[in-house]
Design a protein around this ligand. Sequence first.
Ligand code: HEC
Length: 131
Amino acid sequence: MLSCVISGCEPQRPAVPAALLSSSKARRAGARLFAEHCAICHGAQGNGEGLRGNGMMPPPANLTMPPWAQRRHAARTFLAIRNGVGQTAMAPWPMLSERQTWQLVAYIESLGEGSSAGGRRQCTNCRSVRR
Ligand code: HEC
């Protein structure tokens, strides 16, 4: 399955489960998964200031910023978690089910709500984002 190694086994654009993303139950489940697996680098609030992130190059992404906290980028966020980001500390998470991965996306999306992050500011340290 060499092609899976190169491109990942996910379709390029997974179908976004909109209902799941809006459900508060999924967001809570995502928050628990995030605290368990991701907060160490991305910070409990997802702002990129986790303990292990210190000195990391590139630093863990601030997930409260666009594009990560935006619904229209949900598929991309999903793939970043599923496949990781090459040449960074962001590893792939194939051990999480697709459902758990979408729950994480739902949680990350909720981070952008009610903050000033919804505006025009752009993520400055996210390589997989086309500028
Ligand atoms: C070992 C530290 C570490 C852990 C643990 C970690 N990340 Fe990351 N993450 C990073 C780094 C470093 C980047 C920045 C990559 C970059 O600059 O492109 C990143 C980037 C991201 C991005 C943006 C992808 C991109 O293209 O920049 C998302 C979304 C993300 N992480 C989600 C998660 C989630 C969800 C978890 C838990 C399942 C998690 N991360 C666990 C270090 C970590």
